[in-house]
Design a protein around this ligand. Structure first.
Ligand SMILES: [Mn+2]
Length: 371
């Protein structure tokens, strides 16, 4: 309960008190958002064409915030804006997001980036290194809820570090401050961006997320949202899960689980499996790895609030030449294989994590009893 010991006055259904277990940062005051919006628009207005880039293999939050910022720049700054991503969109939910909502985002390889005089980054930051852009094109505008990186502060406009559980929240705040109402497709995308990044407002969530979630809700196309959240999946999806469960090994008397999924058909299945496994009873952490197009993807999920996933993954992956991102309870990275067998690199990574968790290195025990 908030405020130390005072009984809650809030009554809900049948007179039961409303549970107030979450301590959230309050959303920023409107005046602060309006101030930042003015700065954002003043930076944008001197330009003609904006490129808005997400991190590679974008998740729903990245896609939605890119499209949201494009809408904002188009409407409020009269700058023609194009949202784009590197890598692929492979996860069924993410594919459905684009297909069901017809979002105006394209693969960056399909456009000539020289035509743009304003470069914006969303849901990532310069120096994270997980986006597809020539080094010479330094981003002038950066919006990201992940912890602030020093290089972002060099951009003409930056809104980094939150507090917000999703970049879609930051973009929604600007739309609201600009008195722009998103159409059903964009509203649904932003809503799903917040919902998926905060695991239904249950993890790494702040007051600003709840606020924007509620603001967006009436504009959401509920049928479209349902189709996105319950997509059809290819047969390979089940094969990948089957293999993951079969290969998952418990370490440190069941405090952690590690699975090397081998070659994966889409990189996003690696975080998805890490997420699934961390729901195991009494588990403190899960690590999933999988190889895709010459790189090892890895995802870490934590139930342990004493450890910062983002920092840990960066520490372990930087010496391996990888690019990493993430925050408190979830983080991921890509490590170049450089011709080495994926299983070898996966083993190295697994051992580094076991040492970091002070768990004895070794094969561990199978999660699923081998028949
Ligand atoms: Mn995000």
């Amino acid at each position: 309960m908030r405020g130390g010991g005072q009984p809650s006055k809030v009554r809900t259904f049948m007179g039961h008190p409303m549970p107030q277990t979450q301590r959230l940062e309050p959303p920023p005051p409107d005046s602060q958002v309006r101030f930042r919006l003015r700065k954002l628009l003043s930076v944008a207005k001197s330009h003609k064409r904006a490129l808005i880039l997400t991190h590679d293999n974008p998740d729903p939050d990245a896609v939605a915030s890119a499209c949201g910022l494009a809408f904002l720049l188009d409407q409020a700054a009269r700058v023609h804006a194009q949202a784009a991503y590197g890598g692929i969109i492979g996860r069924a939910e993410n594919k459905a997001l684009l297909k069901v909502l017809h979002l105006p985002i394209v693969a960056v390889g399909k456009i000539d980036t020289r035509h743009f005089d304003l470069v914006c980054l969303v849901d990532t930051q310069p120096e994270v290194g997980n986006y597809s852009l020539a080094a010479r094109a330094a981003p002038q505008l950066v919006i990201d809820h992940h912890p602030a990186r020093p290089a972002s502060l060099l951009s003409a406009f930056h809104d980094v570090g939150g507090p917000a559980g999703a970049t879609s929240t930051l973009v929604s705040q600007y739309l609201r401050a600009a008195k722009l109402v998103p159409g059903p497709a964009l509203a649904t995308a932003l809503f799903y961006g917040i919902k998926s990044d905060t695991r239904d407002l249950g993890r790494e969530v702040e007051g600003a997320d709840v606020d924007c979630y509620n603001w967006l809700f009436p504009y959401v196309d509920k049928q479209a949202l349902s189709r996105i959240e319950h997509p059809q999946v290819p047969g390979r999806y089940f094969a990948a899960y089957h293999r993951a469960y079969e290969r998952a090994r418990l370490h440190g008397k069941g405090q952690g689980v590690i699975v090397d999924m081998g070659e994966v058909y889409v990189p996003e299945i690696v975080p998805e499996v890490a997420e699934k496994l961390v729901s195991l009873e009494r588990l403190r952490w899960s690590l999933a790895t999988g190889a895709y197009r010459g790189e090892l993807y890895l995802s870490l999920r934590l139930n342990d609030r004493r450890i910062n996933a983002g920092r840990l993954v960066r520490e372990i992956c930087a010496p391996l030449g990888g690019s990493a991102g993430g925050h408190g309870a979830m983080a991921g990275a890509r490590v170049p294989l450089s011709g080495r067998p994926p299983s070898k690199v996966a083993e190295e990574v697994a051992e580094a994590f076991l040492r970091a968790f002070h768990v004895r290195t070794g094969p561990g025990v199978p999660l699923v009893p081998q028949t």
